[in-house]
Design a protein around this ligand. Structure first.
Ligand SMILES: *Cc1c(COP(=O)(O)O)cnc(C)c1O
Length: 375
């Protein structure tokens, strides 16, 4: 099966991991700080906190902003469930806003009508790696005194209005799962320019424990706990892999862009589908996914197309099942009201294979079969 996404691991990655495996620290060693520093540098942010997954990163970000019972946060339903789930763990309530049909990103025109006196944050998702309209979102957030937590799990390396993402929103969250732009196996990070958020997150991901500044020192063994945290630490083994992978992020991204160009040219005159819009001078997607939309009046359904492509070894996928349609969310009372575009979009989408090491032969096979099967 040609997968829809996969990691690129080379000898230098393997060497970097082996080096840590034979060192003194498998966790809580020097690779952690080094990976954080390199991530912050790459994105032009002041601080980075690395954690054990993108989900943990979202949770830490929600903790840092003080999301709590009675608070609402605005996001889109066209995302992986983790975006909303992490907020639920902090007892916040996700409020879903419909998406823009062209990009799959939150429709910024529809955000303000959902803001109430309980709203604490706006949580845009950079769908497929394409940044949401971050400037407009920031304006709305400033006007209503809200925090922006950007779920950029799919978007490391993306550029918005000429600026690399990672330091545009108050907090920016990344994932290093193997299908994402770079990998640490499992892993994630939060970037911010805010020192208070940084401190909160550093404490949260290691049980809320602190070693410093408390009064009445008992002895060298003493520690204190000021916040209720968890163990969300990323190991040095993973960080070594991350440092090695990060060196290659731009190479990976350029390979993805080359493949996207080939797809876009091949499908330019193929009228059964709508292809994703390509980058422009000031905006660059992270190209995590290549999502096509099937026309409504095609002869074959999306399910038929999906099954037929899978049957011949092309690992297409659907990103994502809207969060509000999942049983857990339905049981919480969520419905599709006001999310018509999200549902329409969901019913038409299909992710084609896209990853740096996708071969010409495999991509040609995908193109040929897509054109043959979609009628
Ligand atoms: C991958 C992803 C996550 C979760 O990341 P994990 O590292 O798998 O926990 C969250 N949000 C979005 C949009 C994602 O794509």
């Amino acid at each position: 099966m040609i997968p829809y996404g996969r990691q690129s691991i080379e000898q230098d990655d393997i060497d970097a991991v082996i080096k840590v495996l034979t060192s003194d620290f498998l966790t809580q060693g020097e690779s952690v700080g080094e990976f954080e520093k390199k991530l912050a540098e790459y994105c032009g942010a002041k601080y980075a906190v690395v954690v054990s997954s993108g989900t943990a990163a979202l949770h830490a970000a929600f903790f840092a902003i003080g999301l709590a019972e009675g608070d609402e946060f605005i996001t889109s339903s066209m995302t992986f469930a983790a975006t909303a789930n992490a907020g639920l763990w902090q007892k916040g309530k996700p409020v879903f806003v419909d998406i823009d049909l062209e990009t799959g990103n939150i429709d910024v025109e529809k955000i303000e009508e959902k803001i109430t006196d309980k709203t604490k944050a706006i949580v845009p998702v950079d769908y497929t790696g394409r940044p949401a309209d971050l400037e407009k979102i920031k304006q709305i957030a400033d006007k209503h005194n809200l925090v922006v937590v950007e779920d950029a799990c799919q978007a490391l390396g993306a550029v918005y209005h000429g600026r690399k993402i990672g330091a545009i929103s108050d907090l920016t969250v990344f994932s290093f799962h193997p299908v994402k732009s770079i990998t640490t196996g499992e892993g994630g990070a939060i970037l911010t320019n805010n020192g208070q958020y940084y401190k909160k997150m550093k404490s949260f991901i290691t049980h809320g424990v602190t070693k410093g500044d408390f009064i009445g020192k008992v002895g060298g063994w003493q520690y204190d706990m000021v916040d209720l945290g968890l163990n969300y630490r990323l190991t040095d083994i993973a960080c070594a892999l991350g440092i090695s992978q990060l060196k290659k992020i731009d190479t990976f991204l350029n390979k993805r862009i080359e493949l996207v160009k080939i797809y876009n040219i091949a499908f330019e005159n193929f009228t059964k589908i709508i292809i994703p819009k390509f980058d422009d001078k000031n905006n660059k997607s992270g190209w995590h996914l290549y999502v096509i939309r099937l026309n409504e009046n095609n002869k074959k359904s999306r399910k038929q197309v999906f099954d037929e492509l899978r049957d011949i070894g092309i690992g297409v996928q659907v990103h994502h099942t809207p969060v509000h349609t999942l049983t857990y969310y339905k049981n919480l009372g969520y419905t599709g009201a006001g999310l018509e575009n999200t549902e329409k979009f969901y019913n038409s989408i299909l992710s084609l294979p896209l990853y740096p090491n996708l071969t010409k032969e495999d991509q040609n096979k995908v193109i040929e079969k897509v054109k043959e099967i979609i009628v």
